[in-house]
Write a protein that binds this ligand. Structure first.
Ligand SMILES: Cc1ncc(COP(=O)(O)O)c(C=O)c1O
Length: 410
């Protein structure tokens, strides 16, 4: 086992060597511009892109013409959200009353920030609050629907806590009300079975680097039939991707994205089972060794490979320092540079202290049982060490409820 071990696969994944293999010829041999129509280099590059379109579409039950290539899920979300809102707007730019959008407070910033921009452009946005289990239900969405609701954007699985929303039911509510339905499926696609027809999805974003493919390449599924969804382009010039996203395509990246999708489709069942067993071992191992350990988010409706755990009576930064040989994320926001407690954990109702002392551990294709054992041991040692220094933990052990203590100030 090599140290440090990698348990941050929700952040990004190692590119699968089979994906790299598929990409390589497209840098140095088949290096044409896929939009070049009059020579063999262009045709070969286009064939690579077309194959990738089929591989991506097959993974999600879509048609190849429903895939739009982007630079990643951030761009896919921007194109879907701004593109749909602007296309179906009920009033001109800058005027109020342009239409209503529904999203949720624990979405990724790549959804929340486009929504905020749309508010400044005259759209009205409702930010739903999930339950303390992190789930946004179809009933919550239904209750927020208005006559002028044009777009709903709710993530499939949450990137910090791994909880899974009931996307087919939310999609059905959107259908009933005639609102376009977008889902940020960055953490879901490739890990769990997806069928945009069955699941009532109109627009869906995902990203190469979360599915063992390359970074800087993503896809947006755009429904073409029943109903046809139209988008206003956010990048103009050249009319690539049926006018929805101009710019010369990143051919090697797209070929890699396609290969990554195909591997996920073929290996999903066994990978899911293996990662679920490892995650349960990790969670149960930690809970079995210590008290005041909470897994955040719904107990069952969650991704197989991701867990988010709060450790009471430890200080978050010290905990991270104590487990330097485990590459993982802390509860101090997803931008690790900031010390703000995570808005996702706060959105579930966790206090600042517990949010800070939380770890997101996300397993992946190369995670091993040995690594899980190592993580359990390291985290246990670090938590025990910090708790040995904690007077509050002593009080807790004496049976005193520290939330009820009235601290005296002088
Ligand atoms: C749920 C979710 N949406 C969007 C993104 C952004 O993806 P990308 O890095 O491909 O822009 C991420 C990645 O952190 C994510 O987890």
């Amino acid at each position: 086992m090599n140290l440090p071990i990698y348990m941050d696969n929700a952040s990004t994944t190692r590119t699968d060597p089979r994906v790299v293999e598929a990409m390589l010829p497209f840098f140095t041999e088949t290096y044409g511009n896929s939009a070049s129509r009059n020579h063999a280099f262009g045709w070969a590059a286009e064939a690579g892109v077309d194959r990738a379109r089929e591989q991506a579409a097959s993974l999600i039950g879509a048609g190849p013409k429903e895939i739009v290539w982007t630079s990643g899920a951030t761009e896919s979300n921007n194109l879907a959200i701004k593109g749909a809102a602007q296309m179906y707007a009920k009033a001109p730019m800058g005027e109020q009353g342009r239409g209503h959008i529904i999203t949720c407070i624990i979405e990724h910033k790549a959804v929340l920030d486009p929504c905020k921009r749309l508010e400044r452009e005259g759209f009205d946005v409702t930010y739903l609050e999930p339950g303390s289990d992190g789930i946004v239900t179809a009933d919550l969405v239904r209750a927020a629907m208005r006559d002028d609701t044009i777009l709903v954007t709710i993530m499939w699985a949450n990137n910090e806590i791994g909880t899974i929303n009931d996307i087919p039911s939310i999609g059905a509510v959107c259908r009933e009300h005639g609102a376009v339905f977008h889902t940020d499926a960055t953490q879901w696609v490739g890990k769990m079975p997806t069928d945009v027809e069955r699941d009532n999805v109109d627009l869906m974003s995902w990203s190469g680097h979360k599915i063992y493919g390359p970074g800087g390449v993503g896809a947006l599924y755009v429904r073409r039939r029943r109903p046809r969804v139209r988008l206003q382009a956010q990048i103009d010039g050249g009319g690539h991707e049926r006018g929805m996203r101009s710019g010369t395509l990143n051919v090697p990246g797209i070929v890699g994205f396609g290969a990554a999708c195909e591997i996920c489709e073929n290996e999903m069942e066994s990978e899911r089972e293996r990662l679920l067993a490892l995650r349960l071992k990790l969670e149960n191992g930690l809970k079995g060794l210590m008290d005041v350990v909470e897994v955040n988010g719904h107990a069952e409706r969650r991704l197989p490979h991701l867990t988010n755990i709060s450790f009471g009576f430890v200080e978050g930064e010290s905990l991270m320092m104590g487990i330097k040989d485990i590459a993982c994320s802390s509860g101090s926001a997803c931008t690790s540079a900031s010390l703000e407690p995570s808005y996702v954990l706060k959105g579930l109702g966790l206090g600042d202290e517990l949010a800070h002392s939380s770890l997101r551990l996300s397993l992946g294709r190369w995670s091993t049982e040995e690594e899980v054992d190592f993580a359990i041991k390291s985290i246990h040692e670090a938590v025990e060490h910090l708790r040995a220094l904690s007077p509050l933990y002593d009080l807790h052990n004496e049976g005193i409820d520290i939330t009820k203590i009235e601290w005296q100030s002088h």
